[in-house]
Design a protein around this ligand. Structure first.
Ligand code: GLU
Length: 306
């Protein structure tokens, strides 16, 4: 099987050293395997995506010496694919509309009987405020409601994929059913090899994630699994900040009958103070290094891929 990986930046700011590391690592791993390196522009958030940042991404990556097949996949051109998947999940009864804002969620999650809010991959774990009422209002509707955020009912969803969460007796484990993915890099706590998780853990530590955001018609989680599958990506190489979200991606792949890639999460490039680099951190933008006379080999050395 040909090794196929990708780099999937969002055109919402300049690429910095952290992006250079991720792109170079993915490129090098693909080349070492005689495989393919693809580029995907993750521009679902049209309120933040800008054509000049997309143009700058191409320039920076070419300057770094990378090559990828054209035309590139752009998420903004794939709404019909996302719609189809949302319709399928809606028909399965796994989605419900949610009108809570961040403040409502924080307040409900912090209610005295709930204890302090638990954080999941998408922030505060949703306390389920809209789950009940909306289900009654919408239970007779066959059409997926438009222009309203939709959440995945996690408890129902994990119950729907017995293939993923099979009952298996594992000696020494206190649970008898789980899902898993193969990690060839490192999770934030050194996770490597077969990473296992339980349905209960999905409900308690992730909860009802948003799969269609207001004004976007999709979400990062939904788009990324559909796009990786459409591009034939079988090795996902990306930063450790996305390690926790991988369980969501494995679940969505199972629900939508998509293949599971192997995952390789890499450590994040940090500044001198140990803070991870942000898009607004212009000082470490690749374009800034270039203007200051650096060459691509200097960048490789800076990210220890020299
Ligand atoms: N678009 C995401 C980012 O810029 C990367 C998504 C992924 O690699 O899965 O952080």
């Amino acid at each position: 099987m040909t090794f196929i990986t990708r780099f999937a930046p969002s055109p919402t700011g300049p690429l910095h050293l952290g992006h250079a590391y991720s792109a170079l690592l993915a490129y090098d791993m693909a080349m070492a395997e005689g495989g393919k390196f693809l580029l995907r522009i993750e521009d679902i958030d049209q309120s933040r995506a800008r054509p000049q940042w997309e143009a700058q991404i191409y320039k920076d990556l070419e300057w770094l010496g990378l090559w990828w097949p054209k035309p590139v996949m752009r998420q903004s051109e794939r709404q019909s694919v996302y719609d189809e998947a949302l319709d399928r999940l809606w028909q399965l009864g796994l989605l419900y509309p949610c009108t809570c804002n961040r403040k409502d969620i924080a307040a409900a999650a912090a209610a005295p009987q709930e204890g302090s809010p638990l954080l999941g991959p998408d922030g505060v774990i949703y306390p389920g405020t809209c789950r009940g009422p909306w289900e009654q209002v919408f239970s007779d509707q066959h059409q997926r409601p438009q222009n309203v955020p939709l959440r995945l009912d996690m408890e129902k969803a994990v119950g729907m994929v017995p293939g993923l969460f099979q009952n298996r007796i594992v000696p020494g484990k206190s649970f008898a059913s789980f899902g898993s993915f193969l990690e060839t890099g490192n999770g934030p706590n050194g996770e490597r090899g077969l990473v296992e998780f339980t349905p209960d853990n999905m409900v308690k530590t992730i909860g009802d994630v948003v799969l269609s955001r207001r004004g976007m018609g999709t979400s990062y989680h939904l788009s990324v699994v559909l796009d990786d599958a459409a591009q034939g990506v079988n090795h996902v190489i990306r930063g450790q900040d996305l390690f926790e979200a991988t369980r969501i991606h494995i679940l969505l792949q199972a629900l939508l009958h998509l293949p599971h890639p192997t995952y390789h999460h890499h450590s994040l490039i940090r500044d001198e103070a140990g803070k991870r680099l942000a898009k607004r951190d212009d000082a470490r933008a690749i374009a800034t290094y270039r203007q200051d006379g650096a060459n691509p080999q200097d960048i490789r050395e800076l990210v220890a891929l020299g």
